[in-house]
Ligand binder design. Structure first.
Ligand code: 6S0
Length: 115
């Protein structure tokens, strides 16, 4: 088409996409290490190494209490979950592999939803 305006997404549209993406992340079979905050008393060294802990339940709380300005601030928190995972866990470990699989899944889904 000659005139093809890029459809801007309203705040509500973007939050709807965040809710869909978060629900899919939580339902993923490899989500188990990321569903709740890492218990730093049970995981020695975690509090020292990971300056900004993040997990899917915290993201959900922030989403439902309207703390995300837009899709970008939501994506930054999701990526923080995976970056923390890479920093603390060996690539060749159960949790490390789950983190890589979850990041690949997330990258694929949000680009699909935004096309
Ligand atoms: C994402 C992450 N990074 C570093 C350490 C832990 C975790 N996940 C927590 C839930 C967790 C905490 N403890 C255990 C014990 C076996 S799997 C598992 C998972």
């Amino acid at each position: 088409p000659i005139y093809c305006a890029k459809k801007t997404k309203t705040h509500k549209d973007e939050l709807g996409i965040c809710r869909v993406l978060l629900a899919e992340l939580e339902a993923h079979q490899d989500a188990w290490p990321f569903l709740t905050p890492v218990n730093h008393r049970a995981v020695p060294g975690y509090r020292k190494v990971i300056k900004k802990p993040m997990d899917f339940s915290t993201i959900k709380e922030k989403l439902t209490s309207n703390q995300y300005l837009n899709l970008e601030t939501f994506i930054i928190d999701v990526n923080l979950v995976f970056d923390n995972c890479e920093r603390f866990n060996e690539d060749d470990s159960e949790i490390g592999r789950a983190g890589h699989r979850m990041r690949r899944f997330f990258d694929k889904r949000w680009t699909e939803l935004l096309q």
